[in-house]
Write a protein that binds this ligand. Structure first.
Ligand SMILES: [Fe+2]
Length: 130
């Protein structure tokens, strides 16, 4: 399980969306490990991509609202991640859930997200409470 309460940054709406992302990544791993049909894996990946777009857009709106000073850098990090997700999706469509592909999902999506929450998103709370 990816989600842990220690990943909460203290902004309930953002925490809820982070948990949903973690749960969906878990579901993607489960589908891969059970060798489920390519359709199910593609559907989960599609959901993950569209939900990430929604989540980043909500988070960026909040950043503007609270006058977060690192908005531009943070948005660039989000945009770069979205590019990686769509590239990974294309690759998954071509190769299917190979062991190498599952490893890439783990590194580029799961580990990225946990690091991003811990290192970058936690900063937001400082500005929310000002
Ligand atoms: Fe973020």
């Amino acid at each position: 399980m990816m989600w842990k309460d220690s990943l909460s940054i203290g902004i309930p709406e953002i925490d809820k969306q982070h948990k949903e992302l973690c749960d969906r990544i878990d579901a993607l791993f489960e589908a891969c490990s059970k060798g489920k049909g390519r359709n199910e894996i593609t559907n989960t990946m599609d959901f993950l991509e569209s939900y990430t777009i929604k989540h980043f857009s909500d988070e960026e709106k909040l950043q503007l609202k609270i006058k977060y000073p690192n908005y531009t850098q943070h948005k660039a990090i989000h945009d770069n991640f979205l590019k990686q997700v769509s590239e990974l999706k294309e690759e998954l469509n071509k190769t299917g859930p190979t062991i190498a592909m599952v490893g890439k999902i783990n590194q580029l999506i799961a580990m990225w997200l946990v690091n991003h929450i811990k290192a970058v998103d936690t900063e937001l709370v400082k500005y929310v409470n000002q």
